[in-house]
Design a protein around this ligand. Structure first.
Ligand code: ZN
Length: 488
């Protein structure tokens, strides 16, 4: 298996520390508001990696944190007249709800900064003892960047250049502009914990170092997070942890690409930030996953509204095919003596999936393979004949089983096809301003007209529905209907 390592910038062969075991940590959400689609992508990507490693037989321990105390949280909590931890606790519940509604595989251990204060304090104390950190008179503690010779190795930056680039901020007692806070003394009205340096709270970076050490140990296999965290957050985690343990913090650094929306950077001030909750009001959760996994996890994405539309069409096509497969299998149940048709695509659903996922979790390719798979399946159903229906049915049953067995790793096909299809139909019908009843009444009228040999009326009804965006399909079991827009 190969995985991209941001430390080397290369795709590398994955070799775990302990055979058949993966220790993975991914930086989670700072909970001061509802989580957005960028958080969803990151959570979905590391859940996909976890599920795939498990599929391959690894025992995975996946840890994800919540930053539940920081400047933004304190500010927002103050505005609301709430205690910061009470407020962030509420936001964690909201995020948990959204992630559950998205059907994202949960981390095995979810940590909160506020629950690791003693471990954080201990960590900082050792860094001070070792000479890698210093406390100021005011009660702040800073990491002394110049003591860590390898600082900048992840982001490939040089400390001297950083020093020149840093704004001179008035921070009492800070010895070097590149030093960063491990512990912040409390301002009046701020939440605090008692510490050897007085009342205060942890800086942001130290929580991850302390949580990793206390949940997974000194060196982990994979450390993940959004690319925006690479510098300074991950660089600082490395400095803190490696100064403390003298060991490598992570063997593989993995970074998930960032998201733009309709060509613009997602930001609160632009008003284009899409919360997971709002996305779920508009789109089925598997449609959202389709969009987010349709590009390789490490690439940045520019998501346009049309991408959700396309994902809906594709998911609708997949589910409609699954429904047809189920019907075909039911109608042609019989003994095929275990025989299947010799089709290269369908024989290789599982090996192909493994091939692309082994190559740095290429979900984008796995999804495009799915189009080839369903195309072949539709062709096979169309060309089935009396002589081979039992074998075709057997081939389809095997293919469906294979599809479900691996594509569940992307979170696909968890739903009942009928339910998914009607949800889509209802959504698109409401846009067309017509109800299911109205469509079905028209179809009944048309059938009666045809029975009375009034083909003019029958054709007029078909044309009228077509104009409204409804497609009719006459089969030997009657007329079915569909939505034109879902086949653009
Ligand atoms: Zn972190």
């Amino acid at each position: 298996m190969k995985i991209t390592n941001s430390m080397t910038g290369k795709k590398e062969e994955f070799a775990p520390i302990n055979k058949d075991e993966v220790k993975m940590y991914a930086c989670g959400v700072t909970v001061y508001d509802l989580s957005h689609i960028g958080h969803a992508r990151q959570a979905i990507v590391y859940a996909m990696m976890t599920d795939y490693f498990r599929y391959k037989g690894y025992k995975v321990t996946y840890v994800r944190n919540y930053t539940d105390v920081d400047d933004k949280i304190i500010k927002r909590a103050n505005e609301l007249g709430k205690n910061a931890i009470e407020f962030s606790g509420e936001q964690i519940l909201e995020t948990e709800k959204d992630m559950k509604d998205l059907h994202v595989t949960d981390a095995d251990i979810k940590t909160k900064a506020s629950e690791y204060i003693p471990q954080i304090i201990k960590f900082v104390e050792i860094l001070i003892e070792k000479g890698d950190a210093y406390a100021t008179e005011k009660g702040d503690v800073y990491y002394s960047v110049k003591t860590f010779k390898e600082y900048g190795k992840l982001s490939h930056r040089k400390v001297d250049e950083l020093r020149n680039g840093v704004r001179i901020e008035v921070e009492e007692g800070k010895k070097d502009p590149v030093d960063f806070a491990l512990w912040k003394s409390a301002k009046p009205g701020e939440i605090y914990w008692e510490s050897p340096w007085g009342k205060g709270r942890p800086g942001w970076h130290i929580e991850c170092s302390a949580m990793i050490l206390n949940t997974l140990g000194e060196t982990i296999d994979i450390h993940g997070g959004g690319r925006d965290l690479l510098f300074p957050h991950h660089e600082n985690e490395i400095a803190q942890s490696e100064a403390l343990t003298g060991k490598k913090l992570a063997n593989y650094w993995s970074h998930c690409g960032l998201i733009k929306i309709n060509g613009e950077k997602m930001s609160k001030s632009l008003g284009n930030s899409l919360s997971i909750r709002d996305a779920l009001k508009m789109y089925n959760y598997e449609v959202i996953k389709y969009v987010l996994l349709s590009k390789h996890y490490a690439t940045d994405m520019d998501i346009h509204d049309s991408d959700y539309k396309i994902a809906e069409e594709h998911m609708y096509y997949f589910y409609s095919t699954i429904k047809k497969m189920n019907e075909f299998i039911m109608a042609n149940a019989g003994d095929a003596n275990g025989k299947t048709l010799d089709n290269e695509t369908l024989k290789n659903i599982v090996p192909k999936f493994i091939e692309v996922m082994d190559d740095d979790f290429n979900s984008a390719l796995a999804i495009s393979n799915l189009h080839i798979i369903f195309r072949d399946i539709n062709n096979m159903m169309k060309t089935a004949n009396k002589g081979n229906v039992l074998i075709v049915a057997n081939t389809l049953a095997k293919a469906l089983e294979d599809i479900k067995s691996v594509y569940k790793i992307l979170g696909f096909f968890e739903q009942d096809p009928d339910e998914f299809i009607s949800e889509m139909k209802e959504k698109y019908l409401s846009k067309l301003n017509i109800t299911i009843n109205e469509v079905e009444n028209e179809i009944t009228k048309r059938a009666e007209a045809k029975k009375n040999k009034d083909y003019e009326t029958a054709d007029a009804i078909r044309a009228e529905l077509d104009k409204k965006g409804i497609l009719l399909n006459d089969t030997k079991n009657g007329t079915t209907w569909d939505i034109k827009e879902l086949y653009s």
